[in-house]
Design a protein around this ligand. Structure first.
Ligand SMILES: [Zn+2]
Ligand SMILES: [Zn+2]
Length: 176
C-alpha cells in the first residue's frame, strides 16, 4: 500500500513519463472529514491517475486526468447516491522551495525542490475542489416531508393539506 504519489525527476526521459496508476484513496481520508461543502462522502473506488509528465527547461509539466467514485447522501432525501469525479490534471512545477498552490485558470502552478516530485497534495486538492456543492439523487428530487419525514419520491402524506404558511398563521392571530 502506498500513500503517496511521487516520482523521481530522473524517470522523466526524452519522451516524458507516462503514469497510469490505481491506488486506494487512503491518503484522502483527511479531506473527506474536512470537506465542508459536502458531508458524508464515502470513497467507493480506487483513485485512478492517467498522466503525462515532461520537462520544459526547469519546469515540470503534468497533464492528465483523475477519476474517483464515491457515495454520498442526496441533500434532499438522504438516499445514497453513487457519483464520480473526473477532473483534468494540469500542473506546472517550478523549482523553488515555496510550498504554494496557485490556480491560473485550470492550471495549478506549484513548486518542487530536490529530485523527488510528490503530487499527493495536488491530487488531494483536485479531488477536494471537484466535489459538487450540492448532491442530488435527481434534479427533481422531492425530498423528505419536513413534518413527518416521509420520502416524498416514494410516498405521499397529508401534512401539506394541513399545512399553514407561517405568514398566514400570523394573519390569523392578528384577526383573532
Ligand atoms: Zn433525493
Ligand atoms: Zn408529511
Amino acid at each position: 500500500m502506498m500513500n503517496k504519489f511521487e516520482f523521481d525527476i530522473s524517470e522523466i526521459g526524452e519522451n516524458g513519463l507516462h503514469i497510469k496508476s490505481e491506488q486506494a484513496p487512503t491518503f484522502l481520508s483527511d479531506i473527506s472529514n474536512s470537506l465542508h461543502s459536502v458531508e458524508n462522502i464515502k470513497f467507493d473506488s480506487n483513485l485512478c491517475i492517467d498522466a503525462n509528465i515532461y520537462k520544459d527547461h526547469k519546469q515540470i509539466v503534468l497533464n492528465g486526468s483523475l477519476s474517483l467514485q464515491y457515495v454520498s447522501p442526496c441533500s434532499r432525501c438522504l438516499t445514497d447516491v453513487k457519483l464520480q469525479i473526473n477532473p483534468d490534471l494540469n500542473l506546472i512545477l517550478v523549482p523553488n522551495n515555496e510550498d504554494e498552490f496557485e490556480f491560473e485558470n485550470d492550471t495549478v502552478v506549484s513548486s518542487y525542490s530536490g529530485h523527488t516530485i510528490d503530487i499527493t497534495d495536488y491530487l488531494a486538492e483536485m479531488v477536494s475542489v471537484s466535489f459538487p456543492v450540492k448532491i442530488l439523487c435527481n434534479q427533481d428530487c422531492k425530498g423528505l416531508c419536513l413534518t413527518c419525514g416521509v420520502d416524498l419520491n416514494e410516498d405521499s402524506c397529508a401534512c401539506k393539506e394541513n399545512w399553514i404558511s407561517p405568514d398566514f398563521a400570523v394573519l390569523k392571530n392578528y384577526k383573532n
